[in-house]
Write a protein of this length. Structure first.
Length: 154
């Protein structure tokens, strides 16, 4: 659950606070539910932390949308030759460096498997904003990966 918290928070301290509050909510609510199997429990647990993270972002009045006018995006992103590999820690660090709106949509779509419709409903943004945020996040990650690759080649 700490990994989920880190994906939605700007710093480790915020993630630890979210983790603490999330488990307080879990302990408060777990008695109300009967779980047939471990998978249902795990899914329920993840949803609590994801929803709490999103609610925190909304309450902190962070702008989860970026200006989406006049965006020209071309080409495919994340196409790399097989020899270019990055560690999981490097990728997580780069995702955490994204602007908050990009980061949240990227996490919800690529990691948590939300649809753009679900993202738009949760965040109060349009579907087109969600798709634009994802495209921009991918483009920014690609640029960061390329610059990291160039740095390693020197």
């Amino acid at each position: 659950m700490f990994g989920i918290c880190l994906r939605y928070c700007k710093c480790k301290d915020d993630a630890e606070d979210l983790l603490h509050d999330g488990f307080l909510k879990v302990f408060d609510k777990v008695i109300d539910y009967q779980f047939i199997n471990e998978k249902k429990f795990t899914n329920w647990l993840k949803r609590i932390f994801i929803n709490m993270a999103i609610d925190r972002l909304k309450k902190s009045k962070k702008n989860l949308t970026e200006d989406v006018d006049d965006v020209e995006i071309e080409g495919d992103y994340f196409i790399y030759p097989e020899e270019n590999q990055f560690s999981l820690n490097e990728l997580v660090q780069l995702i955490n460096e994204l602007p908050i709106g990009y980061k949240v949509v990227f996490n919800m779509y690529c990691i948590e498997n939300y649809s753009h419709k679900e993202i738009s409903e949760h965040l109060g943004i349009s579907i087109s904003t969600s798709t634009s945020q994802l495209t921009r996040a991918k483009k920014m990650l690609q640029e960061k990966l390329i610059s990291k690759e160039v740095y390693y080649e020197r």
